[in-house]
Each structure stands twice: as C-alpha cells, then as structure tokens.
Design a protein around this ligand. Structure first.
Ligand SMILES: C[S@@+](CC[C@H](N)C(=O)[O-])C[C@H]1O[C@@H](n2cnc3c(N)ncnc32)[C@H](O)[C@@H]1O
Length: 269
C-alpha cells in the first residue's frame, strides 16, 4: 500500500541543511544525467528538484539553447532553487502527479532523482511524465531498492526491532520500488526500459548528528517525525554506539544501494 509523506514538516533550516548535505544525492544524480545523455538544446524537466543543485547541472549540459524546468512541492526548496538559478533555469512549486500548465509532448527528458519513493501515486506521476515527453523522449529516475536497504536503515531497524512502540517510526521513504516493480510499472505504461541496475554508493559522515540531519533534511522532516524529543535523543545515543562499527578513515562509512532506471517513450504509440 502506498503512503503519502507529510509535505508540511519542511522548514528553512531543513532546506538549508539539504542544500549543504544533499551533495550525496547530487553525486548520484550526476550519474543519472550521464545515463540520460543530455544534449545541447534539449528541454528537460527535473521533477522533485529540491534546492536545484542537479537542475543547475542539467542546465549547464543543455546550454543556453536548452531549457530546464524544476518543480517541487516544497516552496522553501523552490525558493533556494530560484536563488541558485539566476535565470539559467526555471523552477516552480508543483507535484509529479499533476504537471499543471505543461503542454503534452514538450520535453526531451524528464527525470526524478531520489524522488519517486516519496510519491504515493507513482503510476499517475509516470503517466504525467509520459504525457509531457515528446515521442522518443527519455525518462530517468534513481530510487532506493525496497529489497536492499541502506546501511543506516538496517542499523535503525535493528535498534527498534524489539520495541513494538517504534515499529511504525518513519525511517526510509514510504514507497520504495524494486528493480522488478520499477520495470513492470514502466512497461505497463508503455515505456521501453533502457537501463535498470543497482549501483552501490559509499557515503561518509562526520558524526551521528550529520547522519540524523542528513536524514531529516532529505525527508523534508519526515524521518523519525512521530517520535517525541526524548525518544529521539535516546535513539541518537544508541545509534551513535551502533555506528562505531562503521567508523573508517573518512568518518562514519555508510553504504547505500540505488536503482538507476532509464526508459524511452516510443516514437510511435
Ligand atoms: C531527497 S529530495 C531530492 C531532491 C533533488 N531531486 C536532488 O536530487 O537533490 C526529494 C524531493 O522530492 C520532493 N517530492 C516529494 N514528493 C513529491 C511529489 N509528489 N512530486 C514531486 N516532488 C516530490 C521533495 O519535495 C524533495 O525536494
């Protein structure tokens, strides 16, 4: 069953922290842009653009003749994206499931970097992507695999496993996919799959507070949001101990796996 995250928990501080710590999503997002082979002059839509760091790279790749739009439901993130854009790309508030005011067959490329697992109605979001893509246009997304959890999520699940009160605590995104479910979703909508693979990403964090701040900022406040402050503090202590097993030369080393998917809207359909 799909679940909607809250879009009411974001704050200026979280948006700023995301801009600082979201370099991790940016780095794997660059791999997604490589896989999508953006060309000069293309029109690109970044769905769930956040604070616009990757949108800026897309705009550099398509150049002055190209056109890039980022949309995101969180006004504070869009505000930061617009500060970054300085007119080189457009950004506005919007949701994947309803790409209002965008004409059919307008974009060459639509991508969602670390976004689709937050979307409750993924078929509707991908139908909208299909609608706004030109025939032959490319779709790409990265997402966390439901069946290969991040190190951090495994550690946290182990910490709360024997506490029935904590079983519903928000740890990862609510609607993760697998390679298989991503493939069947796309093919049910008519897309031709061109890439569907899991890549390994090694992150390093200075300390446990960086890990927690990164998780809160990346989840726009949803991470652990149902816990009271004393329970978060207690979990932080236990997490700090558990993460010592992950200490390495660059700090706390945590591995993530990400599914990289690209697909094409057929020329004739
Ligand atoms: C982890 S951030 C990724 C931001 C950006 N794509 C990046 O690579 O840095 C997830 C983003 O998904 C956005 N998001 C959540 N639900 C969404 C929806 N229904 N439609 C579009 N974006 C959504 C959030 O607002 C947030 O900015």
């Amino acid at each position: 069953m799909s679940t909607a995250p809250s879009l009411q928990l974001d704050s200026a501080a979280l948006a700023d922290e995301y801009d600082r710590l979201g370099i991790r999503q940016f780095n794997h997002g660059l791999q997604l842009l490589d896989a999508l082979s953006l060309h000069e002059g293309e029109r690109v839509l970044d769905v769930g653009c956040g604070t616009g760091r990757l949108t800026e790279s897309a705009a550099q790749r398509v150049g002055a003749q190209g056109d890039v739009l980022g949309i995101d439901p969180l006004p504070l993130r869009v505000e930061r994206a617009l500060q970054r854009a300085q007119g080189r790309f457009a950004a506005r508030v919007g949701r994947a499931e309803r790409l209002a005011d965008i004409d059919d067959a307008h974009f060459d490329v639509v991508y969602l970097n670390s976004v689709i697992h937050w979307i409750p109605d993924q078929p509707q979001a991908l139908r909208e992507a299909w609608r706004v893509l030109k025939p032959g246009g490319r779709l790409g997304f990265t997402t966390m695999p439901a069946d290969v959890p991040h190190d951090l999520h495994r550690v946290l699940h182990a910490l709360i496993a024997d506490d029935p009160q904590s079983q519903r605590v928000e740890i990862g995104a609510p609607n993760p996919l697998t390679r298989d479910s991503a493939a069947s979703l796309l093919s049910s909508l008519g897309f031709e799959l061109t890439l569907n693979e899991i890549r390994t990403i090694d992150d390093a964090f200075d300390n446990v507070d960086d890990v927690l701040t990164f998780s809160r900022a990346s989840s726009f406040g949803n991470f652990l949001s149902s816990l009271e402050e004393p329970d978060v503090a207690q979990l932080r202590e236990r997490l700090a101990d558990a993460l010592e097993a992950h200490r390495g030369p660059r700090g706390l080393h945590l591995t993530r796996r990400m599914i990289f998917v690209t697909a094409r809207k057929p020329l004739a359909h």
